[in-house]
Design a protein. Structure first.
Ligand code: SF4
Length: 338
């Protein structure tokens, strides 16, 4: 797994106003200066010096915090130029950036490739046009499909960012989003819950009673279903939930936030798989289940929630459990040694 060095580019002049985004408010209050190529170089040097051992698996520089290809090209050059010396010396293996589906075209991809970018993440969010419109995204589902096609043609690795709980979203439309996203065969996916942040249109909608966030439990159930769908098709889900921390919590007004959101989703998947497997076993028949030894805590669930749920369902006494270091993560299987 690559060691990721994050470079934050303060939000600069995005002409859009997606309802869930408060970047305009943050930028207005933060007074942040633009990052220079020297600044990029300094960040990379700092991280490499701080974690020399972690660079062994390859280093990826990831630009966060904006729609990279929406910046003027001269500005994109400046930022990427900060990484070029590290690419040339082999100290950095790849560059990742994120952008909007409508900010991707053939010449842009050629330009990025020439500058060493190999991974592009698209903020797709939903593949339901009604949801995109209700969110003020300003792009279409068709543009997301086309952007993936162009990126693939340009030999880029493609990641898709998807959100759960957006305005006008239904269970059916979320499932459609997941199916469409999987059909695009991305290299990886990130799943984020829609949160209500201070300074966003969603916060105003919430105050006016026009939007109700999903519950945490409901979001975990949906995210687990999404992850299982992608897992079954060999599509990696590299993150679930936003990066937790005081900065996010400072802006949070409402919504399904939990610092251990990803853990909760993995725990839910273990619960789902355990229940499914036990359904195949006749009641009263002794059964031993096996999990990966790295999944002990996912099996228990956050604050042992899975154990409590299995007890509630009368399933806890129906099996014994063993852990196997060689078993793949997040799987549950029956061991036939009775
Ligand atoms: S989510 Fe991205 S595209 Fe939308 S307003 Fe925020 S920065 Fe702009």
């Amino acid at each position: 797994m690559a060691f990721v060095i994050p470079v934050f580019i303060p939000h600069q002049g995005c002409p859009h106003t997606c309802v869930f985004c408060n970047q305009h408010t943050i930028t207005g209050t933060a007074g942040t200066a633009p990052v220079t190529p020297e600044g990029v170089r300094a960040v990379i040097e700092q991280w490499l010096a701080r974690s020399p051992g972690r660079a062994a698996g390859g280093v990826q520089v990831a630009f966060y915090g904006g729609s990279f290809t929406g910046l003027p090209q001269s500005r994109q050059c400046e930022l990427l130029d900060g990484v070029v010396p590290f690419l040339e010396s082999g100290r950095v293996r790849e560059i990742r950036l994120s952008t909007r589906p409508d900010y991707v075209d053939g010449p842009t991809i050629d330009f990025l490739r020439r500058r060493g970018v190999t991974v592009v993440e698209l903020g797709v969010q939903s593949m339901d046009q009604t949801v995109l419109d209700a969110c003020g995204r300003g792009h279409t589902c068709g543009q997301a499909v086309e952007a993936v096609r162009l990126l693939r043609r340009g030999a880029m690795q493609v990641g898709l960012q998807l959100m759960i709980g957006l305005p006008r979203e239904t269970t059916a439309s979320l499932l459609r989003t997941v199916r469409e996203a999987a059909r695009l065969r991305p290299d990886f996916v990130r799943i984020y819950p829609a949160l209500v942040l201070r300074g966003s249109e969603l916060a105003d909608m919430l105050a006016r009673g026009e939007y109700r966030p999903l519950s945490l439990g409901g979001t975990v159930v949906r995210a687990a279903r999404m992850k299982e769908y992608f897992d079954a098709r060999g599509i990696r889900v590299v993150r679930m939930g936003l990066q937790a921390g005081p900065e996010l919590e400072k802006w949070l007004v409402a919504g399904p936030y939990h610092p251990a959101f990803g853990e909760m989703v993995n725990a839910r998947i273990m619960l789902n798989r355990t229940r499914r497997i036990l359904r195949k076993v006749r009641e009263g028949e002794p059964v031993r289940l096996s999990i990966s030894s790295r999944d002990r805590s996912a099996f228990r669930g956050v604050r042992s929630a899975n154990i409590a749920r299995l007890r509630e369902l009368g399933l806890l006494d129906r099996f014994s459990l063993s852990a196997d270091a060689g078993q793949p993560r997040h799987t549950v299987r029956i061991v036939n040694d009775f």
